[in-house]
Write a protein that binds this ligand. Structure first.
Ligand SMILES: *Cc1c(COP(=O)(O)O)cnc(C)c1O
Length: 461
């Protein structure tokens, strides 16, 4: 192909572009350095296109391209999005949204200094764990409490402290992979303990644990299967029986609950999610759970249990490597205070979504349809199910009303539509089921409704 040098010569120079008032506005917004880089990149691409046979782009088109590139590049990599999937706790989407109060607490503590490890009364060094210790004791009935940066750390730290170089007995039915590579057997190995598997996948009885006891046993471990369900011919050993057996032999029982649910999930139309309160009452010596699953707070690991056991864990050298930071601590304290004031279901977003009234969800979905129809977008509502997610309540669903856009009524394939919704400056994540694109109002905040409607109008028309 012959290169059209006339077309190449028509391209403006970097300096010519930089002098334009439109470009100067961009300089004020993004800095001279970034605008220069972007002009060069844009011109290079235009030159390559001309060499490949294109004509010189109009000045307007070049300027638009430069502005789009700058806006695109300067978008934060980590940014908010709208979760229309109906999965309330989704690890990929950042798990639990924080309450307003928790957010304010983070802002106040992070924008200045704080008494993170400072005793105000004595004017001496203090411990960061004191800020939530009493709340956790009060809410779970534990003698003592400790916090880490996530639950995987809480489990690893507890096992390393309590069972390093010794044996840990666990049911085969609980050797689970939680997702994101957290496999119970691997974590146990990292904790330096030897795994003793007992029972079968579907049934483990107290005799199985008893037969596995040895002089090297340190503890009996139970793990909440979190993301899967074994149904049918099943039997697992209650913690109370494990505790009896362990304590008779001077051993400990540890419970990795995963999603620490402090409320009674059955009051919300869900199955029973085990709580730390129950584990402790049943005799568990140490219980670990997440801060950002059903607790509805920030990413954190919570360890509650017997005073003597928690004190040992607190002294382990790994504690320092896994410690919680001040922003997380501020959000966690504020979240726990919602439970203390009995306002979890009205203030914590995860619980507001779980307890959203079906009539309210239906009326929002209907309002979405009406608004879209007014703008010429054909949509309808249909009954559907939301899920709690986050490795809690596997198999449990909550009835909802979905907004559905049918493939047969759209000019774009569903995968293209969902891609366009994801690539907006405020991305919207949806579900595709058979021949429809589905949006669940349960996980969309009401203040996001307008943006959802705007996006659907823009991508569908
Ligand atoms: C989710 C989960 C973990 C890991 O917790 P993170 O907070 O993600 O670190 C560990 N154990 C169980 C049983 C879980 O469900």
């Amino acid at each position: 192909m012959t290169i059209d040098h006339n077309q190449l010569r028509l391209l403006p120079s970097v300096d010519e572009l930089l002098q334009l008032p439109a470009t100067q506005t961009l300089v004020a917004q993004f800095s001279r350095k970034l605008v220069l880089q972007t002009i060069r990149a844009s011109l290079a691409d235009a030159r390559a296109a001309i060499r490949a046979g294109a004509t010189c782009p109009a000045l307007e088109a070049l300027l638009t391209d430069i502005e789009e590139r700058l806006t695109q590049q300067q978008q934060p990599s980590l940014r908010p999005l709208i979760n229309a999937t109906g999965v309330i706790i989704n690890t990929n989407l950042g798990r639990a949204p924080l309450s307003q109060t928790a957010l304010q607490a983070v802002q106040q503590v992070a924008s200045g200094y704080a008494n993170l490890e400072y005793e105000l009364e004595q004017g001496e060094r203090g411990s960061r764990h004191t800020h939530v210790r009493h709340l956790l004791q009060e809410l779970t009935g534990a003698e003592a409490a400790l916090v880490t940066n996530n639950n995987a750390a809480a489990v690893l730290l507890s096992l390393s402290t309590l069972a390093q170089g010794r044996e840990v007995i666990i049911s085969r039915g609980q050797l689970v992979e939680i997702g994101g590579g957290f496999r119970v057997p691997d974590v146990m190995r990292q904790g330096g303990c030897q795994l003793i598997e007992v029972g079968t996948t579907n049934r483990t009885r107290i005799r199985d644990y008893e037969a596995a006891l040895s002089a090297r046993t340190a503890l009996l471990l139970t793990v909440h299967p979190s993301n899967f369900l074994i149904t049918g011919f099943t039997e697992s050993t209650p913690i109370s029986e494990l505790a009896q057996l362990a304590h008779k032999h001077g051993l400990l029982v540890m419970d990795d609950l995963g999603s620490g649910c402090l409320l009674n999930s059955e009051h919300y139309g869900l199955g029973h999610e085990p709580t730390p309160q129950e584990s402790l009452l049943a005799g568990a010596d140490v219980v670990c759970f997440s801060g950002d699953k059903l607790l509805g707070g920030p990413q954190a690991g919570l360890i509650v249990g017997k005073a003597e056991v928690i004190a040992r864990i607190a002294k382990h050298p790994l504690m320092r490597a896994m410690r919680i930071d001040k922003m997380t601590l501020a959000a966690l304290e504020a979240t726990l205070r919602h439970y203390q004031r009995d306002e979890a279901t009205t203030h914590i977003p995860v619980w507001r979504m779980i307890s959203a009234r079906p009539e309210r969800l239906a009326s929002r979905a209907h309002a979405w349809v009406t608004r879209l129809q007014e703008n010429g977008v054909v949509a309808h509502t249909q009954r559907g199910e939301s899920t709690v997610g986050g490795g809690s309540l596997p198999g449990e669903t909550l009835p909802t009303t979905l907004l559905a856009l049918d493939a047969s009524r759209l000019s774009l394939p569903l995968t293209e539509l969902s891609k366009r919704l994801r690539s907006r400056s405020i991305p919207i994540i949806t579900r595709i089921s058979r021949d429809s694109l589905l949006l669940d109002p349960r996980t969309v905040f009401e203040e996001q409704d307008e943006e959802v409607l705007r996006a659907l109008r823009e991508v569908c028309l």
